[in-house]
Structures are given as structure tokens and as C-alpha cells.
Design a protein around this ligand. Structure first.
Ligand code: NAP
Length: 294
């Protein structure tokens, strides 16, 4: 079927790579796939994908090559032997890694004559293809722009900047946010659960509270940028007193208190740094890199 959509190659057909290839097929892209374990291509060829026999054949099939394998050693295991065939093509690397690995991969791709975008997928495989889900990209703007329409088949493509490591850096920051939020929710769930409240009853209330918390983020972001944290809503001193109630309530019910103790210690360091009367945004002062520490 001729759809007029760009041809794309997907290297790596694990849970995520299979979802990526499936979303491209659903949008009508001629999609060539390759995976180390060939049997994982079968479900996609039944949907119209072309299975390549080798990574070299896969790369040669499309001007845009999307790679999504376990890690960077796997990426290089697949691509190093066929590096020269990337010349004149665009490699979009959606394999998770560090900003430094992304920067090295960008330089490696450039040295082989390929354009390179690094990416981070902010969803799990079932979310791929949804315009609600963010896909973060970093690398040359013009390369992103020329493939934007194709990348939109996977999710909402956001270009963060030209530095190749930016997508990985945001990915790490956002995963940290997710783990902190999820662990806070689970701690609260354990606390109310100790009195017989099921998670399904607590969670709608927790979600309403999270939407208030997003409002705090909006209020505090300009304070962080200005380095000035007027404590006119609630001060760090007030939060230290409040967290003692959580620690007490959890301890009385046998709930693990490592997370609140960590948070309290961080607030106390903030107070010791002279920010007891600052807003909670003042905590950034003990978190951010100090001069000479990087
Ligand atoms: P997965 O299901 O375990 O698939 C791993 C893929 O890597 C398979 O295609 C595997 O090939 C391939 N692979 C591993 N080692 C290899 C090697 N040495 N040479 C060639 N291929 C190799 O993992 P996944 O969930 O698809 O994750 C893939 C990437 O997406 C990871 O970087 C992950 O962090 C990222 N990611 C995943 C999610 C998610 O929710 N799953 C979300 C965001 C980002 P075989 O089939 O032959 O083993």
C-alpha cells in the first residue's frame, strides 16, 4: 500500500521496539524491522512489516533508522559492524542511557556520516502511538524538524535542544520525579491502609492532592530561577514541624519511615543553610551543584 509516508527501519524488537514498529505500521509507514532473535519479528511481519535478515540490510532499507535495544553496549554490538552503511541516513536512538553515552553516540554517528537524534520514551509500550505521551528528543533542530511528522506516529515529539545528552538528562530527572511521587503515594497508601483504607479509596484523594502539588511547582519554578524563595505561603520551618506528624503517625503504625526521615533531614539541612523562613523551593539550595563540585 502506498501511503506517501516515509520508510522507517526499527532495530530492536523487545517490548518497546515492537510497540514502536507497531505504531509506525498503524500510521501506514513502510516499516523494516530487525531483531537479534529473529522470531520477534513475526508478529510485525503479519501486520505488514518487512523483516531484514541482517542489521546492514535493515539500515539500507530506510533513510530513518530507529534503534531501541537494551542498552548502549547492545546498540554498538548491532551497529558497529554496519556503521558505514549509516552514512547519509538519520539514526534516532531511543535506547535508554546516560547523557554522556548519548553524546558519545552522537559523535560516533557523525563520524560515520549519519545525522543523529537521541530520544527518551516517557511511556510504557501500551502508551506508544498515543499523542498524549511525550517522546523527548535532542540533537540538531533541522534533523528533528525533517523527521517530526514521522516521529509523531510514536507519541508527542518534544525537541529539548541541540545538545545530544539533553533527552537522557530530562529522562533521568523525570524518572526521579516519578519514583519520588510513586514512593510518596505508596507510603501514604501504607499509612492509611494500616487503618483499613484500601488503596482504591485513598488514590482519588491522592490524585486531587497531586493536582494541587502541580500548582506549587508552577509557583516555585520562578523562585528557583530567581534564587529567591519568599516564604509567604509556607516556610521550611513549618514543613519541618508538619513532617514530624507524618513520622509519628507512620511509626505508631509500624510503617517504614526511611522516606520521611530523608525528607526531614533535607529540610533540616536547608534550615541550617539559612533558609528556615524560605518557601519549600529553598530546598534547591542544598540539592543543586555547588561551585567546583561538578
Ligand atoms: P526488552 O523487551 O528486554 O528488549 C531488549 C531488546 O534489546 C531486545 O530486542 C533484545 O534482543 C535487544 N538486545 C539486548 N541485548 C542485545 C545485544 N547484545 N545485541 C543485540 N540486541 C540486544 O526491553 P524493552 O522494554 O524493549 O526496552 C528497550 C529500551 O527501551 C531500553 O533501553 C529501555 O530502557 C527503553 N525503555 C523501555 C520502556 C518500557 O516501558 N519497556 C520505557 C522507556 C524506555 P533479543 O530479543 O534478541 O534479546
Amino acid at each position: 500500500m502506498q501511503t506517501g509516508r516515509a520508510a522507517v527501519t526499527v532495530l530492536g524488537l523487545g517490548s518497546m521496539g515492537s510497540a514502536l514498529a507497531g505504531a509506525l505500521l498503524a500510521r501506514g509507514h513502510a516499516t523494516t524491522v530487525w531483531n537479534r532473535s529473529a522470531h520477534r519479528a513475526e508478529a510485525l511481519t503479519e501486520r505488514g512489516a518487512t523483516a531484514a535478515a541482517t542489521p546492514g540490510e535493515a539500515v539500507a532499507a530506510s533513510p530513518l533508522v530507529i534503534a531501541c535495544v537494551l542498552d548502549y553496549p547492545a546498540l554498538h554490538a548491532v551497529l558497529d559492524p554496519v556503521a558505514d552503511s549509516l552514512a547519509g541516513r538519520t539514526l534516532v536512538n531511543l535506547t535508554s542511557g546516560s547523557p554522556e553515552q548519548a553524546a558519545e553516540a552522537a559523535a560516533w554517528a557523525r563520524s560515520h556520516g549519519a545525522d543523529y537524534l537521541d530520544g527518551a520514551i516517557m511511556t510504557t509500550p501500551p502508551g506508544v502511538g498515543s499523542p498524549e505521551m511525550m517522546f523527548l528528543y535532542s540533537g540538531p533542530r533541522e534533523v528533528f524538524d525533517s523527521h517530526r511528522a514521522t516521529l509523531a506516529a510514536l507519541g508527542d515529539p518534544l525537541h529539548l535542544g541541540t545538545e545530544p545528552g539533553l533527552a537522557s538528562l530530562y529522562d533521568a530527572a523525570l524518572l526521579g520525579l516519578m519514583w519520588a511521587a510513586l514512593t510518596g503515594w505508596l507510603h501514604g497508601t501504607a499509612l492509611v491502609g494500616a487503618e483499613g483504607t484500601p488503596a482504591t479509596a485513598f488514590t482519588p484523594v491522592a490524585i486531587r492532592w497531586l493536582s494541587a502539588v502541580t500548582g506549587f511547582l508552577t509557583t516555585y519554578a520562578p523562585q528557583v530561577d530567581a534564587g529567591h524563595y519568599p516564604g509567604d505561603d509556607a516556610t521550611v520551618d513549618v514543613q519541618i514541624a508538619a513532617i514530624d506528624h507524618l513520622i509519628h503517625a507512620a511509626a505508631a503504625r509500624g510503617i517504614d519511615n526511611a522516606l520521611p526521615e530523608l525528607l526531614k533531614a533535607t529540610m533540616e539541612r536547608t534550615r541550617a543553610a539559612g533558609h528556615g523562613s524560605s518557601s519549600y523551593a529553598g530546598v534547591i539550595e542544598v540539592l543543586k551543584a555547588t561551585a567546583g563540585a561538578r
